[in-house]
Ligand binder design. Structure first.
Ligand code: HEM
Length: 349
């Protein structure tokens, strides 16, 4: 053993074998199929977001007088600024898509059932944090749609009965959008939500390690095929491969469809068309269909039911004869989400 290795061993008595044992968790065979191992994709994209977000924060200035100009500087003048901003924007989009797809796979394979109900709820918190990051990030550019999107969002918060006024005040730092609002959005986007997300991902993965992932068997698998394979290096190599492909895809998207800038925020001129990011289209359409408090309350009820779904599903399976109701409810839910999203995408208002 070299003197350097001996010096490190004395202070950090961790051997290669113990590390291998710690990481070499046997993984069920179905995780070889990408659709079933989708959880790794948002985790990877989140790391990309942290990295590119820190680089953007070196230049971004979160004040109404400076924000737009600092984003313009990043996009048009800073070295590779357009690339970093493009990657950040596209990774956000892909992350939302990956979280939704991962949640759908967990849902349709019934992997949220006992004993994984708490992890489903942690997952729901992750979904809300991901959407929260999308909403606050969109507001930071301080272009017209950033300003008016945030204003619409805050007005909706106000419609929550009893605490709405308080929530709106907390979000905006006053009764209306003012000079303190943007720095609040920035702190939420660059500190509060990412830290919360890191904590939630740690709990999510810890629960997966403790409970293991749900074991699924497929018809095309021979009965005597091994049920598991090694996390290290087999699964890790697959994840690294997916990570590299994602990096190529992100680079291509950032180059072909770079993040651009709309007109700067103008509190005195309401734009003719206000549209949020695509992942809020479904909420936006819902809000247009049912006005005011009804829309906000029904949306709250849907999110609450999603949180409690493992228990609702268990109740349906035990107390009724509709054992596979979750599949049909899931299909209707997905069709509804696609329908409302497409509807909002094709119409002007
Ligand atoms: C940033 C967001 C998320 C990350 C990084 C993440 C990560 C992961 C990973 C790595 C796994 C292991 C198996 C797999 O890859 O499918 C997993 C499993 C799981 N996730 Fe997530 N997840 C996220 C969001 C969610 C959401 C939104 C839900 C549901 C509301 C959820 C519920 C679950 C459950 C219940 C399992 C266990 C699945 C099983 O036993 O087969 N996760 N997650």
């Amino acid at each position: 053993m070299s003197r350097v290795t001996a010096w490190i061993q004395e202070r950090l008595p961790i051997s290669g074998d113990s590390l291998r044992e710690l990481t070499n968790e046997p993984v069920p065979n179905h995780l070889k199929r990408w659709w079933y191992a989708l959880g790794g994709t948002p985790a990877y994209l989140f790391v990309v977001q942290i990295f590119t977000g820190i680089l953007l924060a070196f230049y971004y200035e979160p004040a109404p007088t400076t924000a737009y100009e600092s984003v313009r500087y990043i996009t048009e003048e800073a070295a590779f600024g357009w690339y970093i901003r493009g990657i950040h924007k596209w990774a956000a989009t892909l992350m939302v898509a990956a979280v939704i797809l991962h949640q759908m796979r967990v849902y349709f394979t019934g992997a949220y059932r006992k004993p994984r109900e708490p992890n489903w709820m942690v997952g729901m918190c992750l979904l809300l944090c991901t959407l929260g990051l999308g909403f606050t990030g969109y507001s930071l550019v301080f272009e017209q749609l950033s300003y008016w999107g945030a204003t619409v969002g805050a007005n909706l918060t106000e419609m929550v009965p009893l605490v709405g006024g308080f929530l709106k005040n907390m979000l905006l730092g006053g009764a209306t959008y003012n000079e303190h609002t943007l720095s609040r959005f920035f702190i939420l986007h660059a500190a509060v939500l990412p830290v919360l997300m890191v904590a939630l991902i740690i709990v999510h993965i810890a629960l997966i390690r403790v409970q293991g992932v749900t074991e699924l068997r497929f018809e095309d698998e021979p009965a005597d095929a091994p049920k598991t394979f090694n996390f290290f290096p087999d699964h890790l190599y697959t994840e690294v491969g997916i990570g590299l492909l994602l990096m190529i895809l992100l680079s291509a998207l950032a180059t072909i469809a770079p993040a651009h800038m709309g007109p700067p925020a103008d509190p005195l001129t309401t734009p003719e068309v206000i549209k949020p990011e695509w992942f809020f289209y479904v909420t936006f359409r819902w809000l247009k269909l049912f006005s005011g408090t009804t829309a906000v309350l029904s949306m709250g009820f849907i999110v609450f039911t999603m949180f409690m779904w493992p228990f609702v599903d268990s109740f349906i399976r035990k107390k009724t004869k509709f054992k596979e109701a979750s599949v049909w409810i899931g299909i209707i839910g997905v069709l509804l989400i696609i329908g409302l999203t497409v509807w909002e995408a094709v119409v002007k208002h």
